[in-house]
Design a protein around this ligand. Structure first.
Ligand SMILES: Cc1cc2nc3c(=O)[nH]c(=O)nc-3n(C[C@H](O)[C@H](O)[C@H](O)COP(=O)(O)OP(=O)(O)OC[C@H]3O[C@@H](n4cnc5c(N)ncnc54)[C@H](O)[C@@H]3O)c2cc1C
Length: 392
């Protein structure tokens, strides 16, 4: 039996980042069921950071993560964690009010924005079919994230601080007695007074292992498709381009274009694959909303995004067992907001105050609590679309 101060379950961005934060305070063991870190959602993301993406609390955690991503601690990574990308949000007729709400919320948080007409937006992305849209919001500070460098940096710093990352270590049982958690895995048995559940799409399964009641934090599949850009176009400077109605986004990706039809199909926790129908939908949306033609799909993949019914963070002490800490429900914000989410989760694991910058952004134990009604009520299963105006 190996003893630690904290057992973290899951070796994606959530587990690695909270493992790093906790390793500044005690001995941490991060257990990952796959052979390497980041195999599931973390390795399948679009890898962008936008302060205008996701529901209100998540997007505030993006704002609070920006400083870490732009200026990580000395020696954290050998390359910049983020590089400029820019983001363009396109509104159709009837959607301008929503775009303006998003602009106001971003300005409140000090984010830079530029409002343009759809036609003027062609200077950012010349392939937008401007007849489809009316107005646009440009976010110059949207960045590409080097997810691999971020994950590697966290795990390297974790080890430097005396922590351990153990792959091929699927947690098979989890028991609490006399103030100690015992976790068994094919790589050995571990004990610690505090467990952090950072198992992505599997968080509910981990709660079941711990003997806790159902918590409404469940995975949904999303599809991504990569195709060759129009011959001769200089795509590298194009922004990540979204429509406000959330029917697609596309971005340059290593010399090609990645597009997602932003599908959201309920899924079991699994090795998610691209859905063929959604691949066709993605191509159709590119044809309708841009002047690009998709001739060959060079690559496609699926990934899980895990949500509470209100799409907001599930971070904090389990209402039945306060030494079981949730870091879950990241949806589409887990990489970009991971740094601040990890600090928030660590404050609960350490029984410390919520960091002041997060309090300043409106984060409270209650509004991210795993004990809030929609998370504990098994009947509150229908997900809502968690955009800013629903929560601001
Ligand atoms: C197509 C797509 C595009 C996206 N784009 C973006 C984006 O641009 N920006 C952004 O910020 N986010 C994006 N996301 C969301 C982001 O990928 C997730 O929010 C984030 O990766 C979640 O991280 P995680 O660590 O919680 O989950 P994961 O990376 O899935 O990690 C959880 C880990 O737990 C492990 N595990 C499960 N059960 C056990 C067990 N019993 N024992 C041990 N280990 C276990 C799993 O193997 C897994 O490695 C996107 C997601 C998708 C699918």
């Amino acid at each position: 039996m190996e003893t630690a101060d904290f057992i973290v379950i899951g070796g994606g961005i959530a587990g690695a980042s909270v493992g790093y934060e906790l390793s500044l305070h005690g001995k941490v063991v991060v257990l990952e069921m796959e052979a390497s870190a980041g195999y599931h959602s973390t390795g399948r993301s679009a890898a962008v950071m936008s302060e205008n993406y996701g529901p209100a609390l998540w997007s505030r955690l993006v704002t609070a993560s920006r400083a870490f991503l732009e200026t990580p601690p000395d020696g954290f990574a050998d390359v910049p964690l983020v590089t400029p990308r820019g983001a363009l949000f396109l509104a159709r007729d009837g959607e301008q009010a929503r775009l303006l709400d998003q602009a106001e919320e971003m300005l409140r948080r000090g984010a830079a924005i530029e409002m343009t007409t759809a036609r003027e937006a062609l200077r950012f992305c010349p392939v937008v079919r401007d007849s489809e849209f009316v107005s646009a919001l440009y976010e110059p500070d949207c960045k590409d994230i080097d997810t691999n460098a971020l994950l590697t940096g966290y795990l390297r710093a974790l080890r430097k601080n005396g922590g351990t990352f153990i792959p091929d270590a699927r947690v098979q049982s989890l028991q609490h007695s006399q103030g100690t958690w015992q976790a068994s895995s094919p790589r050995g048995n571990f004990e610690a007074p505090v467990v952090v559940n950072a198992a992505g799409g599997w968080v509910q399964e981990i709660a079941e292992l711990a003997g806790l009641s159902f918590r409404n934090v469940v995975p949904f599949r999303r599809t991504a498709v990569v195709f060759d850009p129009p011959a001769g176009s200089a795509i590298q400077g194009w922004p990540m381009t979204f429509d406000v109605a959330e029917t697609f986004y596309f971005k340059p990706e290593a010399g090609r274009i990645m597009v997602s039809p932003v599908d959201m199909a309920p899924s079991a926790p699994c090795d998610a694959q691209a859905d063929e129908l959604e691949v066709a939908v993605a191509i159709d949306r590119i044809h309708r909303c841009t002047t690009m033609e998709v001739r060959t799909v060079s690559h496609k993949w699926g990934g899980l995004r895990t949500f509470a019914p209100d799409h907001e963070p599930v971070i904090g002490r389990d209402p039945e067992q306060p030494s079981f800490i949730w870091l879950a429900g990241q949806g589409g914000n887990g990489v970009m907001a991971g740094a601040a989410a990890a600090r928030l989760a660590a404050s609960f694991a350490l029984d410390a105050a919520i960091p002041a910058d997060l309090v300043g952004l409106g984060m409270t134990a209650e509004n991210v609590s795993p004990g809030r009604v929609c998370v504990v009520d098994p009947d509150a299963a229908a997900p809502v679309v968690g955009k800013l105006e629903d929560f601001a």
